[in-house]
Design a protein around this ligand. Sequence first.
Ligand code: G6P
Length: 368
Amino acid sequence: FIADKGNHRHFMAKEIHEQPEVVGRTIAHYVDLATGRVKLPTALPFDFAKLRRLVISSCGTAYYAGLVAKYWFERLARLAVDIDVASEFRYREMPLDEGELALFISQSGETADTLASLRYAKGEKQHILSIVNVPTSTIARESDVVMPTLAGPEIGVASTKAFTCQLAVLLALAIAAGRARGTLSEAEEQRLVASLVAVPGAMADSLSSEREIEHLARELAKARDVLYLGRGPAFPLALEGALKLKEISYIHAEGYAAGELKHGPIALIDEAMPVIVLAPHDAVFDKTVSNVQEVAARGGKIILIGEERAVEEAGVATFAAIGMPALDPVIAPIVYAVPVQLLAYHTAVVMGKDVDQPRNLAKSVTVE
Ligand code: G6P
């Protein structure tokens, strides 16, 4: 395999733009278009209906994919999820009932802490399921079931396409779990699958806001600190947005649950600090909007990412808005990843940073 940037300046740009294609390919691997239902590529050695709890463990961006999935598994399948970063999980000595399910998410399949967590879970007699991008990896080999992401090789150190492919697999899995547990009817499953199948098109749409984002990046590049806010599944995406931004631009960024704003970060708000708000049009949209008003009242520089019409109707005073297509909120975390990645990418480019090889970071962390 020879890595090729195509006509992009960086691998990260190429990988961001490849997403409609690779996420589409991944989704096609997990759904049956003829019946409109999820079709897992491998038989499961456990029954979702009998599980009492799912534990998830992973690192970095893969951890945030797991955090988004927690909302999906709990909501769609009424399956309780316990999730932790692998560096904590491996030493926590968490008691696990025999025969439950442990899920590990990893692009490389070689992350030392994730592998150690897997081995701990195996010692506790859990079924081991992994979502990996490298099917020949150690984590894949040591798992009972492997659900591959078909992202292709990811070269940029900051994960992009592997993340959205992980989300696609996780949503398919949560839908399958919902069906097995009787929390989703066949019609609901078909509706969710139709939304999942619409993801690549929506991602392609949201890539068209790149020019605006490039422009905004010049503004972000001047900031010393950036706050990212979201609620529900947009909260872990806010964490991912902050991670991405600090990894490659070295601007200090923090992701926060919008509802926690008043318990601390509101003290930091002034005209100099951009506050990026992820506001998909979901059940907590109005709550997010009222958090945005709190920021506006304190002179905060708001960058709102949401559906144009909903944002207009809400009438929030923003510094800038990034318009998103109208979406089923269930798929919003996958699609909203695109502007989040583009904001980090263009900010780092404006600042002249080494986007593909940020200082002190490694693509795969195989030592503790
Ligand atoms: C490193 C990479 C991240 C990645 C994390 C987990 O920190 O720089 O991009 O999310 O490791 O890696 P994995 O291969 O397990 O997904």
